[in-house]
Design a protein. Structure first.
Length: 406
């Protein structure tokens, strides 16, 4: 529900309640206790600086509450940039054997583990390597026996050294060939021991080289995949970081370890924190800026690569009391916040009072504004930080409809 709909609904609710109370008043004028309650409620409504809502209105308005936060809004450098991933956290998946794609096991957005099978490629020529390995294993039994026989004869001085060395060279070469073929089979995710037993396969599994989530899928069942074709992309967003553009005038102010706060360009209310971990030593030719790299907490996996951000880098320690911009309203040219009062102490128990507190405001950054109350308030006061527009509208009604601010 948008702001206008909430205000209209709450105002209708308020008017309905007042009409109901007035009707009850005409029907029960003789009941002295009811008359006293009605007068008390009206007197309390007129109390200066207090906006009273019913508990039902508070529920519909869906207020959020908070306290002052300490923010650095002055000793900062404003920058922009984008999210990025290091090369080791993104991968392009291709096939090591060309052939027809027989099966695909994943969809875009799926999380996968390193070594997980993503697809199956089929090629009859794939059998050649397996047959070569099987033949090498079979032939190695003879070269091994011949090597042992010549070795024994040489040790007994029955045969010439030359024959022994030739047999050894043949055996060593055969073993090296077998090891190389076995390595190729394992690279293709085929068990050399199965091939040695005569268990051949016409299919080849395409596996994930890293853990992460599937990005683009450029493959379909039945299509032909060659060795250079990009089939899938995988990204591991757990190591995402910021690349921030630092102009020459600000370069001397930026240091490793400084705190970074930023918002997503298309999501102004989402504030995320990070820290500078490196500053480049070269200028980017396109932007004439130096890149500062910052770590960022992406444990909720909300960030992806190449998202544009607006950020501030804290270069000092000057922190001030601050509240979200939405917590501050303007009435008659002055700034106010609303504090929820303890309605249990009030005489009218079905109404919740909100006290208007005048404040002076200062600098605003990333959705927060520096605030200082004119009068001292309790440090644990429940300040309305969201959906204050209804309280503002109700306050305008109480003041006679003239806000001079909005």
């Amino acid at each position: 529900m948008n702001k206008i709909n909430i205000i209209i609904a709450l105002l209708i609710f308020t008017v309905s309640c007042k009409k109901h109370e007035e009707g009850d008043g005409h029907q029960h004028e003789s009941e002295h206790s009811h008359t006293e309650t009605t007068i008390t409620a009206e007197d309390h409504h007129d109390e200066e600086g207090i906006v009273n809502l019913t508990e039902k209105q508070v529920e519909v308005a869906d207020f959020q509450y908070g306290t002052f936060e300490m923010k650095n809004l002055s000793n900062i450098v404003r920058v922009n940039g984008e999210t990025n991933l290091p090369p080791q956290n993104r991968a392009v998946v291709t096939t090591l054997i060309s052939g027809n794609i027989k099966q695909i096991f994943i969809e875009e957005g799926d999380l996968v583990k390193k070594g997980q099978t993503l697809a199956i490629v089929e090629n009859p020529d794939f059998l050649a390597l397996q047959r070569e390995y099987y033949s090498a294993i079979s032939a190695s039994s003879y070269t091994k026996k011949e090597y042992k026989r010549q070795k024994k004869l040489y040790e007994e001085k029955i045969t010439a050294r030359k024959k022994y060395e030739l047999a050894k060279a043949n055996y060593d070469a055969e073993q090296a060939n077998i090891a190389g073929l076995a390595s190729q089979l394992r690279q293709l995710s085929i068990s050399p021991s199965n091939v040695a037993k005569g268990k051949f396969t016409r299919t080849f599994p395409v596996v994930a080289p890293i853990s992460g989530s599937i990005g683009h899928i450029d493959a379909s069942i039945g299509s032909y995949a060659d060795l250079s074709q990009e089939l899938f992309t995988i990204v591991d967003n757990s190591k995402i970081h910021l690349d921030l553009n630092i102009y020459e005038k600000d370069l001397s102010k930026i240091k490793v370890g400084q705190k970074v706060s930023f918002t997503l360009t298309n999501q102004d209310h989402s504030i995320i924190n990070g820290k500078i971990f490196a500053v480049s030593k070269t200028f980017e030719p396109d932007t004439k800026t130096v890149l500062a790299h910052a770590t960022v907490d992406n444990s909720k996996n909300e960030l992806v690569a190449n998202m544009f951000v607006n950020a501030v880098i804290e270069i000092g320690k000057n922190q001030v009391k601050a509240l979200p911009n939405e917590a501050i309203v303007k009435l008659k040219g002055k700034d106010y916040i609303f504090i929820k009062e303890d309605h249990e102490k009030e005489e009218v128990h079905d109404e919740v009072p909100f006290k208007m507190i005048e404040v002076s405001t200062g600098k605003s950054e990333l959705g927060y504004t520096a605030v200082e109350p004119i009068d001292k308030i309790d440090s644990n006061a429940q300040i309305v930080t969201k959906n204050t527009y209804f309280l503002q509208s109700q306050a305008v009604i109480n003041e006679g409809g003239d806000s001079h601010g909005h």
